[in-house]
Design a protein around this ligand. Structure first.
Ligand SMILES: C[S@@+](CC[C@H](N)C(=O)[O-])C[C@H]1O[C@@H](n2cnc3c(N)ncnc32)[C@H](O)[C@@H]1O
Length: 117
């Protein structure tokens, strides 16, 4: 597994996800939390996922994210979140919740080429 999210259910519960709401995963990584958010969204919901890591971007191109029209991946540092969301037509006030799982993922530590081990 790319990364096992901690407090998975608790963090999703804390977002109080409305099926038609608009949410942001600021740290997509392996997409564990994003998968959970999409699982609670209805057909009209939307999820914007940010990550600045190339491997995370590659994960976002795969199932179940690829082809899911409710999902938009933004390959960017979340410091640009406000501006990027504006570009996507989602100004402040239109976002129902933001999840940030800060830090490195276990994948980044476990992959020697990345230099952490
Ligand atoms: C702990 S992992 C997230 C794991 C994710 N919640 C999951 O379920 O797989 C943190 C991720 O945040 C990303 N990240 C860290 N700082 C970032 C930043 N300033 N902007 C965008 N992504 C960032 C890292 O590249 C990493 O993929």
């Amino acid at each position: 597994m790319y990364h096992e999210p901690v407090l998975f259910t608790e963090s999703l519960d804390a977002l109080h996800i409305r099926p038609g709401g608009v949410y942001v995963d600021a740290t997509f990584g392996g997409g564990g939390h994003s998968r959970g958010i999409l699982g609670r969204l209805g057909d009209n919901g939307r999820l914007y996922a940010f990550d600045q890591d190339d491997d995370a971007a590659a994960n976002a191109q795969q199932a179940p994210f690829a082809g899911d029209e409710r999902f938009v991946f933004v390959a960017s540092n979340f410091r640009h979140l406000k501006r990027s969301l504006r570009v996507e037509g989602q100004p402040p006030g239109t976002i129902d919740g933001i999840l940030a799982d800060l830090g490195v993922s276990s994948y980044q530590i476990d992959t020697p080429e990345r230099g952490f081990s």
